[in-house]
Design a protein around this ligand. Structure first.
Ligand SMILES: *Cc1c(COP(=O)(O)O)cnc(C)c1O
Length: 383
């Protein structure tokens, strides 16, 4: 079955009792047992819930994985994955992962005795140098936030396989429509379903997908033991959103490509554009190999500094100035003080996040209106 069909049909059969085409939401926290220990697969909703199970099966199929585990947020999924580790274990992590991921590793897990090294993953030889005898996990994002750097997934999987290291890819920025890390030999995929998967900026959630039976068993135990599970209603919202992911991801990419073209043409106003499929992107060949399209995220450096960036952002009317991404509506964002505000200026500059950087989450509106909005903001900012 193809992606578009799976998104609509996997674990979404009409309700057996009523024929309802949209499966009902199961709010019940507990499930009647026929006799002690004999039940229909559900006992208590933290441990397992029919609506959550549908979501887990559906997204697992979209990532070409055997098992899905849903969480109350992307961050809860990330935290639960770290519980696979023991004191003294070492993790090699991308140096530009989601800010909340960095915060959890650096401020919480490090305190508990897990050791982290943060490296530039877009050059895989860095990874080979960073791996140590106690390395148990490699964690990365591709494309990254906000510079949309690309890491070669197959090269990472090859390095880890020889050494028995668990590889985890946060696939939030690509979405399962554009990229399926498990296909390249990655062990675990994690998503903040808050973003492209749900796609309407109205629900917070997370999901983990994997193939390995043993890791799945450990994670199923941890999901129940730590208990950071999503509500049935939130699971249903994510399921509702994901049905249109294929259409949305194509449109996000169409619009982003046209906006990239426009930004590149504005040489007196735009210093540099970051987009995975742009020929000037240092890893555009890798991006084209492992991603179907370039996606909806675009970053660029405006000519001038922080003041110029602020003026431009203030004048945008359709691109709302807001954190987050992946919804139908276009958003703009100033990474230095918003998503990456917890880094020091020095840390930001080391990561290439300059004071004139602007990030766009390109929505699915009419692209001519979006370009008009950008044009208008440029013309006022450069008056
Ligand atoms: C938003 C995000 C997260 C965290 O997800 P929440 O649902 O906000 O907890 C993790 N990774 C990436 C890449 C994200 O964009």
């Amino acid at each position: 079955m193809h992606f578009e069909t799976k998104a609509i049909h996997v674990a979404q059969e009409p309700d057996k009792e009523t024929g309802a085409v949209v499966p009902p939401i199961h709010l019940s926290t507990t499930f009647k047992q026929d006799e002690v220990g004999k039940h229909k697969g559900f006992e208590y909703s933290r441990t397992g819930n029919p609506t959550r199970q549908k979501l887990e099966e559906n997204i697992a199929s979209l990532e070409n994985g055997k098992f899905g585990l849903a969480f109350a947020s992307g961050s809860a999924a990330t935290a639960t994955l770290q519980m696979l580790l023991n004191k003294g274990d070492h993790v090699v992590c991308g140096d530009d992962v989601y800010g909340g991921t960095f915060r959890f590793f650096d401020k919480v897990m490090a305190r508990l005795g897990v050791e982290y090294d943060f490296i530039d993953m877009s050059n895989v030889s860095n990874l080979e140098k960073a791996v140590k005898p106690n390395t148990k996990m490699i964690w990365l994002e591709t494309p990254t936030n906000p510079l949309l750097k690309i890491t070669d997934l197959k090269a990472v999987a090859d390095i880890s396989k020889q050494r028995n290291i668990i590889t985890v890819v946060d696939n939030t920025f690509a979405s399962p429509f554009l990229q399926n890390p498990l296909d390249f030999g990655i062990d675990i995929v994690v998503h903040s379903t808050t973003k492209y998967i749900s796609g309407h900026s109205d629900v917070v959630g997370g999901i983990v997908v994997l193939n390995d039976d043993d890791l799945h068993e450990q994670l199923r135990f941890l999901q129940n033991a730590a208990g950071a599970v999503p509500s049935p209603f939130d699971c249903w919202l994510v399921l509702r959103g994901v049905k249109t992911l294929a259409l949305r991801a194509e449109r996000h990419s169409d619009n982003a490509e046209k906006i990239v073209e426009f930004l590149v043409s504005q040489q007196d106003k735009v210093e540099r554009v970051y987009y995975p499929f742009l020929d000037s992107h240092p890893n555009s060949d890798v991006a084209r190999r492992q991603m179907k399209r370039g996606g909806g995220m675009v970053s660029f450096e405006i000519v001038g500094g922080k003041d110029q960036a602020f003026k431009f952002l203030k004048e945008l009317k359709l691109f709302h100035l807001a954190e987050s991404l992946g919804g139908v509506e276009s958003l703009s964002e100033y990474p230095p003080t918003m998503t990456h505000g917890s880094y020091s200026e020095q840390e930001r500059l080391e990561r290439g996040i300059r004071p004139n950087l602007i990030r766009l989450s390109v929505g699915i509106e009419n692209v001519d209106d979006l370009i008009e909005d950008l044009k208008n903001a440029f013309s006022i900012a450069f008056q």
